[in-house]
Design a protein around this ligand. Structure first.
Ligand SMILES: *Cc1c(COP(=O)(O)O)cnc(C)c1O
Length: 339
């Protein structure tokens, strides 16, 4: 293997040696299989291709200063995949099978886990798809569960430095009673047009508003939104956002730091009152936001001074990273050490 330039890694696909697969046939999950192929062969009438029976997860493994490899909140990701599965009429994956698949995928590719201090990590991508053939709209009878991994750099090329985001009102990502709260490809398909336009117009992401009233902040592209004011961590309460495990963890950390935590509607006008705002998710942990522009009105909300993240965002980020890298105690059982 030629040496990997850990510091230069993008957030993207990286070929590793093995992936894990498991098939659901005749109403039950089979054994975990190890594959060295990057490809999947399937029936052309598979429901994942036609009717969007597809859900995925994203989590990370980190090398700590002590050289141990730690996976962050593995079981919580498994629970969320099962909520997504159930939302799309796919079979759930037993917690034990999920855990074994993830651990196997990481240990078989352990040489691809970036060393401590390179700002990189191993991204873990579990995928659940309907592979059975259907032409009428019905759930498949057969499914495939895949786990692949790959080393990644920071999600936003700016890393932990503030980005610009754009509020859009002419597209919705998810409907209130739709699939916004589960991690399925269809939500991403629905968000591509607005996201690509935001990129073209110089923003790292689009911010979607609640689809019904178009008043409240919903999702910050592929991440949850939060704002900080008066020692309070505020994050949207909404039926159409994906419950981010990073956000869930930050709420616990914020409380531990003596902050108040509020989950409630955040009207667009309130953006003017925040001291700091950011987006959170596995890929970036926290992406501090420097500037938000309302695409329709042109109104601007500006947060950072001299292009730097705010002190509260930085403290939250360091604390969470510290737990992921084993520098802070794992008080809540969030970590699985890869033996
Ligand atoms: C995955 C995802 C997030 C972030 O969730 P984490 O569990 O923190 O990685 C946020 N929003 C959307 C739409 C997502 O798909």
């Amino acid at each position: 293997m030629t040496a990997i330039d850990w510091k230069g890694l993008p957030f993207g696909y990286f070929k590793t040696d093995f992936n894990i697969r498991c098939y659901y046939v005749n109403g039950e999950w089979g054994q975990l299989e190890v594959s060295d192929s990057e490809y999947i062969t399937m029936h052309m009438a598979a429901t994942c291709l036609h009717y969007g029976q597809e859900a995925f997860e994203g989590m990370k493994a980190f090398t700590g200063a002590d050289k141990k490899v730690r996976i962050f909140r593995l079981d919580e990701n498994g629970k969320r995949l099962n909520r997504s599965a159930s939302g799309l009429m796919m079979p759930e994956i037993p917690a034990d099978l999920f855990r074994k698949a993830i651990l196997k995928a990481v240990s078989l590719n352990i040489k691809y886990v970036p060393p401590y201090g390179e700002g990189a990590s191993l991204y873990i991508r579990p995928l659940l798809i309907g592979t059975g053939a259907q032409v009428g709209v019905k759930p498949a009878k057969e499914y495939m569960f895949v786990v692949f991994v790959g080393p990644v750099g920071p999600y936003f090329k700016e890393g932990f430095s503030p980005v610009r985001m754009q509020i859009v009102k002419d597209y919705d990502r998810a409907a209130p009673l739709g699939t916004g709260s589960i991690k399925v490809g269809g939500n991403y398909a629905a968000s591509l047009r607005a996201s690509e336009r935001a990129h073209d117009e110089g923003y790292s992401s689009a911010i979607f508003l609640d689809a019904k009233e178009k008043k409240y902040i919903d999702e910050a592209g592929p991440a949850n939104f939060f704002g900080i004011k008066n020692n309070t961590y505020v994050t949207p309460q909404s039926v159409s956002i994906l419950p981010s495990i990073t956000n869930m963890s930050l709420r616990v950390i914020a409380e531990e730091m003596g902050m108040k935590v509020e989950q409630r509607h955040i009207p667009v006008e309130e953006l003017a009152e925040f001291e700091e705002v950011g987006a959170c998710g596995t890929a970036a942990v926290i992406s501090p936001i420097c500037k938000i522009v309302d695409r329709e009105t042109g109104k601007e909300f500006i947060y950072c001074k001299d292009g730097k993240a705010g002190p509260v965002s930085e403290k939250l980020y360091n604390k969470l990273k510290g737990i992921q890298e084993g520098l802070e105690p794992d008080k809540y059982g969030w970590i699985t050490v890869v033996e």
